[in-house]
Ligand binder design. Structure first.
Ligand code: 13P
Length: 341
């Protein structure tokens, strides 16, 4: 195992208060978001959208790494520069999503298992040769009546651990992403219980598969009430519950926790990350950072709308959200920042 390289990459991914930009939506997810805004769902539209993001001036000030989708890592800008080279030249570490999606888990209606282990070693070797230095695999856990089941939690944890071990074998830092979804009417306490159990089982499986904790990154959900829960919580309560859950479950050897945004608004995701860092930053063994998708991109997507003359304004929105989260990592974000775009 290339242990030192993995440790160095993982550290760099969470260094200097920077965070990770998730821009690895699969075709169906990206197309769905485009369709909602009336943007054509074509290869060229996805290419120009992703070019807009990676060429954002000053992106590297707040962004340490960017997660690409297979389509994007093979694409070029309109002047012929590979997207991955644009990132590398800007000092941003390129990463790649490698699961092939969450499918129905046999015998467990309403639950999912992420696929993509077949042929993964060969795909990882190719991505490493292309210049990627980390990978991402997302597992999805649903809160509902009697779910997630042990079957779904254990199957997803084992799959994440096998993926992580394969990544480390070729020198890619695995981002391990067990996402407990926000969908539903569950309370924050229920989310806490499920997240705690999921993380315990994930780290147990990572241990069994021999994954080097210092050479991985955890990408979890925050501990939140469901979107339909009548009792919503303050940012401070969410920060307290989230940090308490992670102190119980995430070994100190893990260099960083980079949260997904999961459907929170961009502003709430920044405010909650900020609250965690204000209240706990100096007392924690790991960095608390971001690896947001929608919370970094959505405002820019709504400005861009597929129009060439909107590229510059959309890039300002990407830059702004990245800056807000960079501030949140230091506990220096405040809602006043939202007006100085
Ligand atoms: P969101 O921040 O939009 O949840 O996306 C993060 C991600 O990478 C999901 O896999």
């Amino acid at each position: 195992m290339k242990s030192q390289e993995l440790i160095n990459t993982a550290k760099a991914m969470v260094a200097k208060h920077k965070g990770i930009l998730a821009m690895d939506e699969s075709f169906p997810t990206c197309n769905k978001r485009f369709a909602k805004l009336g943007i054509p769902q074509t290869v060229e539209a996805r290419r120009s959208y992703r070019e807009m993001i990676v060429t954002t001036p000053g992106l590297k000030e707040s962004i340490s790494g960017a997660i690409l989708f297979d389509e994007t890592i093979r694409q070029k800008t309109k002047v012929g520069i590979p997207m991955i080279k644009v990132l590398i030249d800007a000092g941003i570490i390129p990463g790649i999503k490698v699961d092939t999606g969450a499918k129905e888990l046999a015998g467990h209606p309403g639950e999912k298992i992420s696929e993509g282990l077949d042929g993964l070693r060969e795909r990882l070797i190719e991505y490493y040769q292309m210049g990627a230095r980390f990978a991402k695999w997302r597992a999805v856990l649903v809160i509902g009546e009697n779910i997630p089941s042990k079957a779904s939690t254990i199957a997803n944890a084992l799959t994440l651990a096998r993926y992580a071990a394969l990544c480390q074998e070729v020198g890619l830092v695995p981002i391990v992403e067990p996402e407990v979804l926000m969908d539903g009417s569950h309370t924050m306490e229920q989310c806490f219980e499920v997240t705690e159990e999921v993380l315990c089982i994930v780290f147990n499986q990572l241990y069994i598969q021999g994954v080097l904790l210092e050479g991985m990154i955890l990408k979890p959900n925050m501990v939140l009430p469901g979107l339909l829960c009548p009792k919503q919580e303050t940012d401070d309560a969410i920060a307290d519950a989230t940090v308490k859950c992670f102190l119980r479950t995430v070994p100190a050897a893990v260099p960083g926790i980079t949260f997904l945004s999961g459907g929170q608004s961009a502003e709430l995701a920044s405010a909650r990350l900020n609250a965690m860092n204000v209240r706990f930053k100096s007392k924690l063994p790991w960095e608390l950072s971001f690896s947001f998708g929608r919370a970094l991109q959505q405002p820019a997507l709504e400005i861009w709308l597929g129009k060439e003359d909107k590229v510059s304004d959309a890039q300002k929105a990407v830059y702004h959200r990245a800056k807000c989260n960079f501030a949140a990592r230091r506990g220096e974000y405040n809602s006043g920042m939202e007006t100085d775009l």
